[in-house]
Design a protein around this ligand. Structure first.
Ligand code: DC
Length: 222
């Protein structure tokens, strides 16, 4: 069986974190934690309740009255908000932008912090997001920072939205990506940084399998 490690993968939107983390978790028989889904779930709830993403006090109130639960479904931590399975509804561009905005607020991040730590308490987890190695799991066994050129990340996101059948324009994906990069990297609380001790992986010239192999080459499970 080996030790149950905590492996973190941070990086900007479109770097391929989700795809790689899912495969890695499966290969190791670990659980996969997509922490972006938590911010997306709260953002979705705010949009549904017509709460402005600029209204911090209404969002604080929403945080204190909303139940967010993670359930392990076949090795993947799924998010439930007030009992609702929101997985299908949180992948739109509107929710992406709202999630990036509300994740700049300390009250939102505090709401989700313990939930993430509890999910990793027993180890055996691949956790991906923006502050996994820096804030949520600073003592993780292995930390990675997955990056790719801006243009490549925009292309990937555009393709992903097209495949979902969403009405989408390249230029608006480009604009959103720039806003999101800036917001995620420049916010005051838990910004996206290269965590101390993280291995940087550049996915530009690598296939998904290539990235998984490179990450795996660093991991030793005793
Ligand atoms: O990884 P994602 O694109 O699903 O994340 C959506 C947004 O959530 C992202 O733009 C910023 C926020 N986020 C965060 O602040 N911290 C994390 N650990 C994960 C996501």
């Amino acid at each position: 069986m080996g030790n149950k490690l905590i492996i973190t993968i941070d990086g900007p939107a479109g770097a391929g974190k989700s795809t790689v983390s899912k495969i890695l978790a499966k290969n190791l028989d670990y659980v996969y934690l997509d922490t972006g889904a938590l911010y997306r779930a709260l953002a979705y709830n705010a949009l549904k309740k017509k709460i402005s993403v600029e209204d911090v006090s209404a969002l604080a109130n929403l945080c204190s009255t909303t139940t967010v639960v993670l359930k392990n479904i076949d090795g993947r931590m799924k998010v439930y908000v007030d009992g609702e399975d929101v997985e299908e509804k949180i992948r739109t561009e509107e929710v992406s932008m709202a999630a990036s905005k509300i994740s700049t607020y300390a009250v939102v991040r505090e709401k989700l912090l313990n939930l993430q730590r509890e999910a990793g308490a027993q180890g055996g987890i691949v956790a991906e997001g923006r502050d996994m190695g820096s804030v949520v799991f600073p003592n993780a066994d292995y930390k990675f920072y997955l990056d790719a050129q801006l243009e490549e990340r925009i292309k990937r996101r555009y393709k992903e939205l097209l495949e979902k059948g969403a009405p989408v324009e390249y230029q608006s994906v480009q604009k959103d990506m720039l806003v999101r990069d800036k917001q995620d990297k420049e916010r005051k609380v838990a910004p996206l940084i290269i965590p101390e001790g993280a291995v940087i992986i550049d996915s530009d010239n690598l296939t998904v399998q290539g990235v998984v192999e490179e990450i795996t080459s660093y991991i030793s499970i005793k």
